[in-house]
Design a protein around this ligand. Structure first.
Ligand code: 5RP
Length: 217
């Protein structure tokens, strides 16, 4: 089974978590795109749908959903999103698609966070995937030096501007044992918008699509 087929399986499995009338948050990425395609054919209707990126907003609208401003909706019942890495404690690395800050905000508003991944995203210890950090442009070099002092090798994601008008550093060579501590430390650096570690608010449920079938964690 190829990766795209697994992403579609994970996306379809997430439909069982949904009910009409919910307030739904939708993440970003190729797995979430499969989820939006599945949503479009589901017949479900929602009280509100909030998006974590311009790309997801466009795709939701193309699929016929009205997208609400998060500020107008209040709390969400459920957030569905993918991830770049998932550890055994349901902590995540996210931001490969540059949407980490809005994803973290939408996740924070949601009562439940269901993460949909293919089995290649599962790791014992986070850090094999370079950790994205969104920074304001004038702080990029300073933050990069601080990340180097923390043991990482930051790389500027050249040419990428986030939906918030900011820049990204991808931090290689990390072996993230204390994920909550590292999230707090990096978020505390002047000029950091947010780090793509989702440890303080991990996922509640992980739907893993593997060649042997769906696993719910
Ligand atoms: C975007 C993200 C995505 O969830 C993550 O990159 C996974 O993407 P994909 O489903 O394409 O593998 O964090 O910022």
């Amino acid at each position: 089974m190829d990766l795209n087929a697994l992403k579609q399986e994970a996306a379809k499995a997430a439909l069982t978590e949904l009910r009409s009338g919910m307030k739904l948050g939708v993440g970003t990425g190729s797995t979430v795109n499969c989820f939006i395609d599945a949503l479009a054919g589901s017949g479900l209707s929602f009280d509100a749908v909030c998006s974590s990126s311009e790309a997801t907003t466009e795709r939701l609208q193309q699929a016929g959903f009205e997208v609400s401003e998060l500020n107008d909706v209040g709390g969400l019942d459920l957030y569905v999103d993918g991830a770049d890495e998932v550890d055994p404690h349901k902590r995540l690395i996210k931001g490969g698609g540059a949407a980490l800050t809005r994803e973290k905000v939408v996740a924070a508003c949601a009562e439940r966070f269901v993460c949909i991944v293919d089995a290649s995203k599962e790791v014992d210890i986070l850090g094999r995937f370079p950790l994205p950090v969104e920074v304001i442009p004038m702080a990029r070099s300073y933050v990069a030096r601080e990340l180097t002092a923390l043991g990482g090798r930051p790389e500027y994601r050249s040419g990428v501007v986030t939906d918030n008008g900011q820049q990204l550093l991808d931090v290689h060579n990390l072996r993230i044992v204390d994920a909550v501590g590292l999230e707090q430390t990096i978020n505390g650096l002047a000029g950091v918008v947010t780090v793509g570690l989702f440890a303080q608010r991990p996922a509640d449920t992980i739907i893993v699509a593997a060649p042997e079938g769906i696993r719910i964690r």
